[in-house]
Design a protein around this ligand. Structure first.
Ligand code: MRU
Length: 360
């Protein structure tokens, strides 16, 4: 049976992709159960993204690209023209999975563009081309994470404690991780670091996923309540904060998991450096600033219930923004695979992304 995966996959992987279909590691069940959910249609892939079977900005983009291939394989068309119009319809459908992580739209655009520019290919060849493109998106993200790891590791102290929020690890990316990749690389380089993982209500990505990944990677980790971060910083028990991103605007304002903004403010107040690690596919230069980033509001049920139990009185409402925006002025540096970007972000982001400037 044919298996589609990068040449040197990471030890932790969100997907098994074979000629039979896509199997997604159900991240809602981790760390208690390692169960894979089969997806055979693009609609099943969209549902899996919406329902958080797979999550994390780069992982959402990769999953959507594979979902587009599954949809393309089922198109019953004979002409290139009909194929391309079916492909665009599926991409439209997949783009409605979640609104904030720009990697979703980036990956779908890249896939459709690839098919459109392959002028002489018919439906059968286009499916092969799209499969290779989805695999490249996955592979490129994995190598971007490894490179961010090497570049970002230098920012972390030789010794101390690093705080992170949500899960920006292998499960959220093509492998290795963005923020967690930087921590892994620093530890692999001999730095004596331990990690504080915010539990990250309501989905508990920190308590369940970050703790699970770091334990597997042999990095010492303690889980803390989201509300404990300020106290621990004030007591000098945090030497750096590093998080991932779902979308970075042209001026450096960064959307990430709800609670990130509060952490950045606390870090500033306590003189702790605050780093963001994200591949260039997470930048949205069409978005001038954070106020233009669409922020997902998820169901209030996620707030009302904890571990299957209702925790709020009936009749009380709840508000559940899934992300917030950290103003660029709170960010010490942004680690990308093209280099470490420092302020002024409005000048340095476009320069580094276009390759004009070698970032430091
Ligand atoms: O709702 P999620 O779990 O998809 O949110 C994930 C995050 O906020 C991550 O920090 C972000 O996507 C970066 S992942 C490398």
């Amino acid at each position: 049976m044919k298996v589609f995966q990068p040449e040197n996959p990471d030890i932790i992987c969100a997907w098994r992709w074979t000629e039979r279909g896509l199997y997604l590691l159900d991240q809602r069940l981790l760390p208690q159960k390692e169960r894979y959910i089969p997806c055979r249609t693009w609609q099943e892939v969209r549902r899996a993204i919406r329902e958080m079977v797979v999550r994390g900005a780069p992982a959402i983009g990769i999953t959507a690209a594979i979902g587009l291939v599954l949809g393309a394989e089922r198109l019953k068309v004979h002409t290139r023209r009909a194929f391309l119009s079916g492909l665009k319809r599926i991409a439209q459908g997949l783009s409605r999975a979640r609104p904030t992580a720009v990697n979703l739209f980036w990956a779908l655009r890249r896939m459709v563009h690839r098919a459109e520019t392959e002028a002489d290919a018919g439906p059968r060849e286009l499916i092969e081309i799209l499969r290779a493109e989805a695999l490249s998106i996955w592979e490129e993200d994995l190598s971007a994470c490894r490179r961010m790891g090497r570049l970002g590791a230098e920012l972390l102290p030789e010794e101390g404690t690093v705080l992170t929020h949500c899960n920006a690890g292998a499960l959220a990316t093509g492998g290795y991780g963005t923020a967690l990749g930087v921590i892994r690389a620093a530890v692999e380089a001999g730095k004596r670091l331990s990690v504080l993982a915010d539990e990250t209500r309501p989905y508990l990505q920190g308590a369940r996923l970050t703790a699970w990944e770091l334990k597997k990677a042999g990095v010492p980790v303690s889980v803390i309540l989201d509300s404990a971060a300020g106290f621990l910083m004030a007591r000098g028990r945090v030497q750096a904060v590093i998080v991932g991103a779902d979308r970075i605007a042209a001026n450096g304002d960064t959307a990430n998991k709800i609670g990130t903004y509060s952490l950045a403010v606390l870090a500033r107040e306590n003189g702790v450096p605050f780093y963001v690690a994200a591949p260039t596919s997470t930048f949205d230069l069409a978005c001038p600033s954070g106020e233009h980033i669409p922020i997902e509001e998820r169901s209030s049920e996620e707030v009302h219930f904890c571990a299957g139990k209702r925790i709020t009185p009936r009749g009380v409402s709840a508000v559940n923004p899934a992300f917030d925006v950290t103003p660029a002025s709170f960010i010490t540096a942004i680690v990308t695979e093209k280099g470490v970007i420092r302020p002024p972000y409005s000048e340095n982001i476009p320069a580094v992304l276009s390759g004009e400037t070698q970032a430091s």
